[in-house]
Design a protein. Structure first.
Length: 157
């Protein structure tokens, strides 16, 4: 089963399978996803993958938010270190540009940043470089089953 099929199966268990969109264009970056979906970049719920003590941690944040290194270090006890592109799939279960908060590899913790809460609708990736899922923040929380909502970003408020 490929990663999109895993995500679709996961979303189906949440009653959200009809929200997955397969796009004709790449949605691998915030800018590309916004163009493909015809929305503002801040509505893209980007999933950033970090290496925390050798384990993958996913932080989902608004497209206009940037991780604040001081907040990250205060929360995780170490400096923010993104997973190297060549290790993203191995550690998260998704290819770079398709990392999403649904059905990641076992042991991967997901955190949702409060920068997402200001929107009615957001678009996280759906497991590949050309998929997106249209959700409310509450639906994202229900489907992603995050470890917590966090305040780890800056530049969006």
């Amino acid at each position: 089963m490929n990663s999109v099929e895993k995500v679709l199966q996961h979303l189906a268990a949440c009653g959200l399978q009809d929200r997955l969109k397969t796009l004709d264009e790449s949605s691998a970056t915030v800018e590309l996803a916004a163009a493909a979906l015809g929305c503002k970049p801040e509505l893209i719920a980007k999933t950033l993958s970090f290496d925390v003590n050798g384990k993958a941690v996913l932080i989902v944040a608004a497209g206009d938010a940037k991780v604040d290194n001081a907040k990250f270090k205060a929360f995780f006890g170490q400096k923010a270190s993104m997973i190297k592109p060549e290790r993203v799939e191995e550690m998260t279960g998704f290819v770079p540009g398709g990392v999403c908060p649904f059905a990641p590899k076992e042991g991967v913790n997901v955190y949702l940043d409060v920068s997402l809460k200001r929107f009615e609708t957001i678009y996280p990736a759906g497991g590949s470089r050309n998929t997106a899922v249209k959700l409310t923040p509450a639906e994202l929380e229900a489907a992603a089953r995050p470890s917590a909502w966090v305040d780890l970003c800056k530049a969006w408020a």
